[in-house]
Design a protein around this ligand. Structure first.
Ligand SMILES: Nc1ncnc2c1ncn2[C@@H]1O[C@H](COP(=O)(O)OP(=O)(O)O)[C@@H](O)[C@H]1O
Ligand SMILES: CC(C)(COP(=O)(O)O)[C@@H](O)C(=O)NCCC(=O)O
Ligand SMILES: [Mn+2]
Length: 891
């Protein structure tokens, strides 16, 4: 290790600290004593290990566009690292584990014991959940890469076995260097093999959306049919280009290649333009006009089209051909024009070769990878155009979001023991952490995880008047004629930082997430009812979320005592979330296909990133207390009714109480007009059937009150609860009680993490316990379900003793959003769902924004009050405060 330290003077890795960086760090030193932020304690998005920022250094000048940050002392709990050392770039994929935190959760023991939720038949590899990171370095700067690996202790795996999987030529070339500097042995993996297994993994596992087409500036995600994926042609454009025919897992053949690739563009570009970096060269091309160097058809035909063979005057006849006839030196040409012409020439050529190869092999699907592409719109459009043009629309180019990491991912997959190949799509959750990248900085490693570092950077840039925008890929080019391109029109004048242009987030692995087993057809399931592909829709929801931001920040800051620290974090959160919104407004597909549910989840994630764990905690508590106080009266009133009238009153009650939603602007305005109980009464009074969507009669009949009166009761009902306060206490709990009274087991399904004023699974047992004080049915059921502490102790003392009453239970749903994607639920929920024959989804987020169109294998009831005018118009052709009671029998 010492040998590595000695190298630092060569690489200037740590020493070259500029003034601004020092200022930031000095500021932070004075703030070190601040109380540690509350961490998240439940899995999925919680438990982020903190980065060790001691010795963090910014290389280069702060005023530079891309200051580099090194985090030399970070040592995460790392399991695996794999490398792809190419001719131009070194790609790293590494996995950092979440700690398996013991959660003091009252529910856990009882439900786990009851349903035997264990690791089950899952392979017992030690994946505890964690994150996959993607990082790259220039191959010429291999010392920086070694330094990074060392500083984060990435080479120290689980068992201290000093072997790293690596692919690419550098695995051979640099094996001795790795041994010497890090003491590790490189285990070499075949490059083509890795490319293919990386591509297959991404296409099969598809994180949100991996593959997309890119035509005339427009990106569209492609749904890959896993049963109809092969054969495909994989074109990897690295320094050189490989064309591989892929027929299946491990079944492939390198069918062609070309030496005119990414290295050619960068090499020739460097020679001809004197650019210092690849990004600079790419950026230059955005302002270029290729007609000053390219010979166009019009140049040959005196400004005319060659219409007989379908070539317009603007079509390029010969790349760089114009130079021949002009008596000029290299200095007489604009570097911008040279870069654009080169880029177009190479991209188009690769597109054409790919098409010809696909034609020869009879392949229709062509995927492009490699870092030459770099998420650059013009490059992708040129390749797409060439393929579409020559195939006369018969073939299509597709691109991959993890473009350059295919080989590294493949090498990572080749570790046998981690069992990653077993991972399914729902176990990977993609997150877009906010950090220095948003201020234009280039980070070697994951975005800064340390809160103070993040906030300081934001503040610094704001003080300097530098606009913080989440990075946006290149603007779309305009195409003309047949095979010809005009210069790309550029929206921004700078290529944003690397990490973002790759459109790759950190992948969170949560092996405990599963597909909800009661979904009728998980393959066609689409959680987002509203697809934000419609620009009007997008603009509307962006405005709604932006306008809600100041109020949300106030609540978040207040939830943490309104301290200066909280205010500072609140401001940074607002800036960061706005930057995300701005980024998505420009490029809605930047993080994968965008739906409203993703946006609402992003907001919660962003709050957590700035350590706001529960922004609405005070409000939730207040509303719980007020509602619990009137619960006994409500239960008495209900008990005086006939069973049939009671069922209707209960459903009315659920709908009425769903008005307490702090995520709805209209509702929040309402809350100023009265107390909780006044608003609840008003809402109940207004409940009039028929509701806008009203399947109550069908539901009632199913419950045994129809003419036919079949004697039927559900065995187990899953009640997906929504908001705290009246919503759960006066709405869902009385409904649960009714089901229990009928002998139906009830599972209350609540969020794992807070979102808006939603009640969480952690909070529910206490609420149920309070309610049970006033109600025997609830008390006995809660005891039977192991929700009440005393009863749980009894059960443990006498494990053989059977409790007779119908149990009431609580399980966490595995998410921390106001919506729910039923492809990613907790294993606990998946286990209890297996015996359930009724699902009740409540609230706008879970029953409308997501799952309004979801079909289930059991009976399903969707209950919500629509608290947004636009949604009411669009979804149910109604008005704000209209209600939905949608009942669908098992399909
Ligand atoms: N920051 C960068 N530095 C150098 N080349 C880059 C950079 N970003 C993108 N590229 C392009 O990516 C190519 C390398 O792609 P990559 O897939 O990593 O291949 P290889 O494995 O051959 O290094 C380079 O030749 C260049 O065209
Ligand atoms: C975030 C929500 C889905 C939560 O609704 P809930 O599920 O609690 O009924 C909802 O508040 C919402 O869609 N709000 C949109 C913003 C607005 O209308 O102001
Ligand atoms: Mn809610």
């Amino acid at each position: 290790m010492d040998s590595l330290k000695e190298d630092q003077s060569d690489t200037q890795a740590i020493d070259n600290i500029n003034e601004d960086a020092q200022n930031i760090r000095e500021k932070e030193d004075t703030e070190k004593d601040m109380a540690p932020p509350v961490g998240n304690s439940i899995h999925r998005s919680g438990s982020r290990p903190q980065l060790d920022l001691s010795g963090a250094a910014i290389q280069g000048n702060f005023e530079e566009r891309d200051p580099t940050i090194l985090l030399p002392n970070q040592s995460d709990d790392i399991s695996h690292l794999a490398l792809d050392i190419g001719g131009s770039l070194i790609k790293l994929v590494y996995f950092s584990r979440h700690e398996d935190r013991a959660v003091n959760d009252k529910r856990k023991m009882s439900t786990k014991e009851r349903f035997g939720v264990t690791n089950g038949n899952r392979r017992s590899f030690p994946i505890l959940g964690g994150r996959l990171h993607f990082v790259k370095f220039e191959t010429t700067k291999i010392n920086e890469c070694l330094e990074f690996i060392h500083s984060k202790q990435l080479h120290r795996g689980d068992n201290d076995n000093a072997v790293i999987k690596a692919t690419g030529g550098g695995a051979y070339k640099f094996a001795d260097l790795f041994k010497e500097k890090l003491g590790v042995v490189i285990d070499k993996e075949d490059e083509m093999n890795c490319l293919v297994s990386g591509a297959n993994f991404l296409l099969k596992v598809a994180i949100r959306h991996e593959a997309f087409t890119h035509k005339e500036g427009h990106k569209e995600f492609v749904q890959i049919d896993h049963n109809d994926m092969y054969p495909y042609l994989l074109v990897n454009i690295g320094s050189g280009v490989s064309l591989i025919k892929v027929d299946g897992d491990g079944k492939f053949q390198r069918v062609s290649g070309t030496n005119v690739g990414g290295g050619t563009y960068w090499g020739l570009g460097k020679l001809l333009t004197k650019c210092k970096s690849f990004d600079e060269l790419l950026e230059l091309s955005q302002r270029g006009d290729n007609s000053s160097v390219d010979m166009l058809v019009g140049d040959i035909y005196g400004g005319l089209d060659y219409s007989k063979i379908g070539l317009s005057a603007s079509t390029i006849a010969s790349s760089f051909g114009k130079v021949i006839s002009e008596n000029k030196e290299i200095e007489d040409y604009r570097p911008e024009d040279i870069s654009l012409s080169l880029l177009r020439m190479i991209s188009y050529n690769i597109g054409q070769i790919s098409y010809l190869t696909a034609l020869q092999l009879g392949i229709k699907r062509i995927f492009f990878g490699g870092f030459f592409i770099r998420g650059h719109a013009y490059t992708m459009d040129t390749i797409s155009f060439a393929i579409k043009f020559w195939s006369k629309g018969g073939a299509e180019a597709m691109f991959l979001r993890h473009e350059g990491f295919l080989g590294a991912l493949g090498a990572f997959m080749s570790y046998e023991k981690h069992g990653l190949d077993d991972l399914m799509v729902h176990q990977l959750v993609e997150r877009f952490p906010m950090g220095a990248p948003y201020t234009g900085g280039k980070i070697h490693g994951p975005p800064l995880g340390d809160l103070n570092e993040k906030i300081s950077w934001m503040e610094k840039f704001v003080r300097k008047g530098i606009k913080i925008t989440a990075p946006v890929p290149m603007a779309s080019p305009r195409t003309t004629g047949l095979g010809g391109f005009e210069a790309p029109s550029s929206k921004g004048d700078a290529l944003r930082c690397d990490e973002s242009n790759l459109n790759v987030g950190v992948l969170h692995l949560v092996p405990s997430l599963e597909v909800f087993p009661l979904l009728a057809d998980p393959k066609t399931y689409e959680p987002n009812t509203i697809d934000l592909a419609d620009p009007n829709e997008l603009e509307y929801w962006f405005t709604v979320l932006s306008e809600h931001l100041p109020d949300l920040v106030d609540k978040a800051v207040a939830s943490e005592g309104g301290t200066d620290d909280a205010r500072r974090r609140g401001d940074a959160f607002a800036r960061a979330f706005s930057a995300h919104l701005a980024r998505l407004m420009e490029e809605p597909a930047a993080y994968g296909k965008l739906g409203l549910a993703n946006l609402l989840e992003l907001r919660e994630e962003c709050l957590r990133e700035f350590n706001f764990f529960d922004a609405y905690s005070t409000i939730k508590q207040r509303e719980n207390e007020a509602s619990l106080a009137v619960l006994p009266d409500l239960l008495m009133e209900l008990d005086s009714m006939s069973e049939e009238t009671r069922l209707l009153t209960l459903i009315e009650g659920v709908l009425a109480a769903n008005i307490f939603d702090w995520g709805s602007r209209a509702c929040v305005d309402l809350y100023h007009k009265g107390t909780i109980i006044e608003i609840y009464r008003m809402s109940r009074k207004k409940m009039q059937r028929p509701w806008r969507v009203d399947d109550f009669d069908a539901f009632k009949e199913r419950m045994g009150f129809g003419d036919k009166k079949p004697s039927f009761r559900h065995k187990r009902a899953l009640l997906f609860v929504d908001n705290s306060g009246a919503d759960v206490v006066l709405g869902m709990l009385p409904l649960a009680r009714e089901l229990l009274r009928r002998g139906t087991e009830v599972v209350l399904v609540a969020n794992s993490l807070p979102a808006l004023n939603d009640v969480t699974a952690m909070e529910l047992p206490e609420i149920v316990a309070e309610a049970a004080k006033h109600c025997d049915i609830l008390r006995r059921a809660a005891e039977a379900g192991g929700l009440l502490m005393d009863a749980m102790i009894n059960t443990q003392d006498n494990p053989g003793e059977k409790l007779s009453s119908t149990p009431l239970m609580v399980v966490e749903n595995g998410c921390g959003s106001p919506c729910i994607d039923l492809r990613q639920v907790s294993s606990e929920l998946a286990a209890v769902a297996k015996d359930a024959d009724l699902v009740i989804l409540e609230g706008m987020g879970r029953a409308l924004h997501t799952n309004y169109n979801a079909r289930f294998r059991c009976d399903a009831l969707k209950l919500a009050m629509v608290k947004n005018q636009r949604l009411a118009e669009k979804l149910i052709k109604g008005n704000i405060y209209d209600c939905v009671c949608r009942y669908e029998p098992a399909s």
